[in-house]
Design a protein around this ligand. Sequence first.
Ligand SMILES: [Ca+2]
Ligand SMILES: [Ca+2]
Length: 302
Amino acid sequence: MRALPAFAAVLLGLASSALAGASDQPPARFRSIGGRSGKLLAFIETREGLSELERAGLRVTIEEPGIYPFKWPSGWPASRTTIDASIILLTPFSAKQDGRIGSYLMGSWPNEGGVKGSSRAATYAATQAAYGLPRGFIKVTKATASTRVSEHFRLGDFLTKDQPNVWPKYLVLDLRLVDKLELLIDALHEAGHPVKGLHVMSGFRTPKYNAKGVGPGNRSAISRHLYGDAADVYPDDDGDGQLDDLNGDGRVDLADAQILVDAAENVEKTYPDLAGGIGIYPATAAHGPVVHVDTRGKRARW
Ligand SMILES: [Ca+2]
Ligand SMILES: [Ca+2]
C-alpha cells in the first residue's frame, strides 16, 4: 500500500535561470496542454508527473493534492497557452480505504484487489490496459467544482451525481475525454450547428453509484464511466433539460441524436488516437435521447 505523499506541489511558473539553459522546452507531455482541440485548461498529474517538470527546470513549491493555478514559465514556448489553466495534483488511489475517502463513498473497482474468480468483469478488466485502476482522484470542493478543465467544461460537470451534501467529492477524469468533447463541439459547429456547449448528463460514476444501474440492457459493471473517460452528453442551449432540436423539424428525437453521433464519428476520423465508444441512448421517461462518448482507446459501437 502506498502511503500518501508527505508533500505535493504547486507550480510557481518561473523557470529558474540556473536551469533555463538545461532545457528550453517543457517535456513533450506538458507542451500539449491545450490538447488536440487547443482548448484544455488543466494538467492532471501524479506526484511523479510533477517531478518530471521539476527535472525540466520548473520550480515547484510544496503543497498537498489539490488544484492550483498554472502559469507557463517565461522562455518556454506557449503557442497553445491558455489563460486560467490549472494544475491538478491527484490524491493517490491508496487514499481510498474501505471504499471511501473521508465521508465520500466510492466503493471498489471491479479489478481492485486482484481478480476474483467469480467476477467476469474483474477477469476482463485484468486483461485490458484501459481497465487498470485509476491513477488517483481529483479532490473537488464546492468551491473548486467551478474550475474550468477546458473552454466549455468544468470539474463539476463530471462529478458523480449522488451524495449532494458530502464534500469534498473525488473525481476520476481523463482529459482525453474532455478534449474529444471539445472537438465534438467544433465538429457540430462545422456541420452547421452552432451549439454553445454540451450538457454532461453523466460523467464519472463511482463504482458504488454505477452498480445501482447494472443489469441486462442497462449499465455495464465495467462501464467506462468508472474510469473517467466516458460522458453521456447532449447540447441543451435552450435549457429545457433535454437534447435540442438540432435539425429544426420541431421534434426532439433520434434524428437529432444522430447529428451528434455523426459529428463524433468525424472527430474519430480526424483524431484516431481519441477512438472509443460512440452510442445513442434513446429517450426514457427521465430524459430525452443522449449520446455516449468515450476514449477507451479503441473503436466501440453498440
Ligand atoms: Ca434542449
Ligand atoms: Ca429534430
